[in-house]
Design a protein around this ligand. Sequence first.
Ligand SMILES: *Cc1c(COP(=O)(O)O)cnc(C)c1O
Length: 398
Amino acid sequence: MSILSRRARSLKPSPTLAINAKAKALQAQGIRVISFGAGEPDFDTPQNIKTAAIKAIEEGFTKYTPVGGIDELKDAIIKKFQIDNGLTYKRSEILVSCGGKHSFYNLAQAIFDQGDEVIIPSPYWVSYPPMVALAEASPVIVETKEENGFKLRMEDLKKALTPRTKALVLNSPSNPTGSVYFKEDLEKIAELAIENNFFVISDEIYEKIVYDDFKFISIASLGEEIKKKTIIVHGVAKTYAMTGWRIGYTAGPEEIISAMSNIQSQSTSNPTSISQKASVEALLGPQDEVKRMVSAFEKRRNYIVQRLNEIPGVHCLNPMGAFYVFPNFSSYYGQSYQGKKISNSTEMADYFLEVARVAVVPGIEFGADQFLRLSYATSMEEIEEGMDRIEEALKKLS
Ligand SMILES: *Cc1c(COP(=O)(O)O)cnc(C)c1O
């Protein structure tokens, strides 16, 4: 009998965290590494949010709360959906969890069984397939192409549907590609979901981090019928630079939310009381800091996309949201440095770390080996130097 469960043995650590660990190890040796690996904003949490947390501590708001979150936070979330998305939810349709990842995890545990198929478009966020697999369902990866803006084509989605299709995972704006779905795209997906009776899990964590005056639309807002088939996964982490506070939330049909709450009640119980108070302030307080952060991201995006596209053989779509670029480096595969051939995204990323001292995440981790993911949630100076280093390193290949 093996010590570890089948479940535990089937998992590997989150690859995006692994690259950061490697970069940190080099930094510990005194080597300066430019990191494009981060999956979180580089900004500090805004002061008003911190102050709300300190106040919560000082007032003794440090005990258990209701499992699914305090009413004050649920009401703030309800207000957010009403104002931003024109969506009306009741408290019983909202669950607060320990991060958006935890929201997704609880959801997977609540609605998936062995034999269920869950359609995940690639490139995908690294955690979707393992979380689906941990719920014993089968991830069905549907490839999207760079030339289609990394968006799902209806014919590909239709081909992937079977009577066992339980859900489709949508992530707009996307990690890792930054691509966004427009209303017309979403209408077609909604129609298909209603017709074929599958759920849409809409991960909207990057809703507020959008550029070029793009207007975000939630698929749930397209009508009462699709709203009943949609579960929105959201959180404060990316919008408010609150990744460490661990607050995510879900909005969806009461029956599902209630099952998720039961699961949560037997694992983590309530998310941190202090973080809940801070999140109320994040959602209801002044939003100027969000604007400031998004406008800084947009400047960096403009710069990094231009620099990447100036490199011979590299091309990079202009992402409309999130804080990642997903350039295609595959024209360099097959080339070598000091007798060592680079043949895929993992070797390309290793090469950049070893020779350029630049950390990037190999595209294969997101199911797309021709690409690398670079996060521009880092300072303009770092981006400039990082791009210089990448350009130099590529010149050494032949
Ligand atoms: C960061 C992220 C989340 C959730 O992050 P939490 O820190 O758990 O709130 C969810 N989905 C995507 C695509 C993300 O990039």
